[in-house]
Design a protein around this ligand. Structure first.
Ligand SMILES: [Zn+2]
Length: 80
C-alpha cells in the first residue's frame, strides 16, 4: 500500500545494502516499488529503512530493523 505524504524536498533518507539489480527468480522481482508503483524488475534497487520493533531498539550500536525495496532512482540515488 502506498501512503502519499508531503515531506520537505531535502528530507533525509537512510538506505542499506548499497544498490543492486534483482534477478528474475528473486521474490521481489515482480514486486512494485512503493514510491512509483512500477515493478522493481531489473532496475537498480536499494533498501530504505522504515523502522524497528520497539523490543529491537537500542540506544547505541546496531539493531535489527525493517526496510522496503525501492528503485534506487526513487530513493534519489543515481549511478553512472
Ligand atoms: Zn520506483
Amino acid at each position: 500500500m502506498i501512503i502519499p505524504v508531503r515531506v520537505p524536498a531535502g528530507a533525509p533518507l537512510h538506505t542499506e545494502g548499497g544498490v543492486r539489480r534483482l534477478q528474475p527468480d528473486h521474490p521481489l522481482f515482480s514486486a512494485r516499488c512503493p514510491a512509483c508503483d512500477n515493478p522493481l524488475h531489473d532496475q537498480p534497487v536499494t533498501l530504505v529503512y522504515v523502522g524497528a520493533h520497539p523490543d529491537s531498539r537500542k540506544a547505541a550500536g546496531w539493531m535489527t530493523a525493517a526496510a522496503v525495496a525501492v528503485h534506487a532512482a526513487c530513493a534519489g540515488i543515481t549511478q553512472t
